[in-house]
Design a protein around this ligand. Structure first.
Ligand code: FES
Ligand SMILES: [Fe+2]
Length: 395
């Protein structure tokens, strides 16, 4: 037996086992224990600036709708009709005008969620419109971003974001405006595979020539109260990579940032799958949302403070070009890993001593779902028993 397939008593130096990256029952455990009680970012308030503007969010069978009211308030509802459960709104974003009308039987709702009109209302006995408003959804706003939660969880949103609260203020997240609309696309990998890749430090020099030439050896990892923080310096000097050289040459002074942040690229990852990429010139968020055991949605949006300087516009464009290459390089790598995790031979791999973010994520998953510590896939019956227990706990 190879050492990689032996049960490992101390799992701290090991990746999560491969079976957790392609198992539908494990994904159901993740849904109940990790995703349902978590806060999920839906959009920035500036994405829904006008009354009637909405943004939708779908996650593991749940559907949210965040909507700007006539009174300017942002509200969140389940994107499901209280009549017979039709999805109310399609697409990622849009403006519904003064009211939301369900496409099935044309019940219509005000922007505050109240039921306004019901065709054929005489069909129903003792019908009280007040009882059939849209289902409200827990939501909160911090740093200008709107978050929702489908099930009560332990932390308030402020507690969840506390490790990055200072940075959100420093970079003025709340005052930012969207550079592009929020978008979603499918990645053919388990969500954890994409998350692992995001904080994997040892692949940067091997697999990302552009990024590597920008940040050289400055990559520094930290885990702060459960949030991964990665710092890299865009630096100065000559680079053979044209976009990197141009970015370095053009990136202007950003007056509200302190000197030590003028050329820092910072990456934050919050459990389970929310990332903020924070640059001097712009920020973006990324989410990896499970779709199936072997696929996920990559959802992202980019934001910046208004700044008409030509060199800032150019720096933003160059930043996006450097990162587009990084994303395509990573896409190939994570698909390659997902393939390998489906083979019969591989069970789990060792994590480098300094890979503190990879270690912390694996550890958090093992704490949240203890059966994730088992190197080999448990039987279907055992997994089902754990699932029954955790769904019972959640109820
Ligand atoms: S399901 Fe929406 S009006 Fe009937
Ligand atoms: Fe990467």
């Amino acid at each position: 037996m190879n050492v990689m397939t032996k049960p490992v008593a101390d799992q701290s130096g090991w990746s999560l086992p491969a079976w957790t990256y392609n198992d539908a029952q494990f994904m159901a455990l993740e849904r109940a224990n990790v995703f349902m009680p978590a806060w999920h970012l839906v959009c920035h308030v500036a994405d829904i600036a006008k009354p009637g503007d909405y943004q939708t969010f779908a996650m593991m069978g749940e559907r949210a709708l965040v909507l700007r009211g006539r009174d300017g308030q942002v509200r969140a509802f389940h994107n499901v009709c209280p009549h017979r459960a039709a999805r109310l709104v399609d697409g990622d974003t849009g403006n519904c005008g003064g009211r939301l009308t369900c496409p099935y039987h044309a019940w219509s709702f005000g922007l505050d969620g109240q039921l306004l009109s019901v065709p054929f209302i005489e069909e129903y006995d003792n019908f009280d419109k007040a009882e059939f408003g849209l289902f409200p959804l827990e939501h909160a706003i911090s740093g200008g971003f709107v978050y929702v939660r489908f099930q009560a969880g332990a932390d308030s949103l402020d507690q969840y974001l506390a490790p990055i609260a200072e940075e959100m203020g420093l970079y003025r997240f709340a005052e930012m405006e969207p550079l592009v609309p929020v978008r979603s696309r499918v990645r053919q990998v388990n969500w954890k595979n994409a998350c692992d890749n995001y904080v994997d430090a040892l692949h940067i020099r091997v697999a990302h020539p552009g990024l590597s030439s920008l940040v050289r050896d400055s990559y520094r990892l930290e885990v702060d109260r459960g949030v991964d923080k990665i710092y890299a310096e865009a630096g100065s000097g000559k680079s053979a990579h044209r976009s990197v050289q141009a970015y370095r040459d053009l990136l202007p002074q950003v007056d509200h940032l302190p000197p030590e942040r003028q050329r820092t690229w910072t990456y934050y990852r919050l459990f389970p799958g929310l990332m903020f990429d924070v640059y001097p010139d712009q920020i973006d968020f990324m989410q990896f949302i499970p779709l199936t055991a072997t696929s996920c949605i990559l959802r992202d949006g980019a934001y910046a403070l208004p700044d008409g300087r030509r060199e800032m516009q150019a720096a933003r464009y160059l930043n996006q070009r450097i990162n587009r290459d990084v994303n395509m390089e990573d896409k190939g790598l994570i698909e390659r890993v997902q393939d390998g995790m489906g083979t019969s031979r591989f069970a789990q791999g060792p994590l480098g001593r300094n890979e503190i973010c990879l270690r912390s994520f694996a550890q958090r998953m093992r704490q949240t779902i203890p059966i994730a510590a088992e190197p080999q896939r448990p039987s279907h019956e055992r997994l089902q028993a754990v699932l029954d227990e955790s769904c019972g706990d959640a109820a």
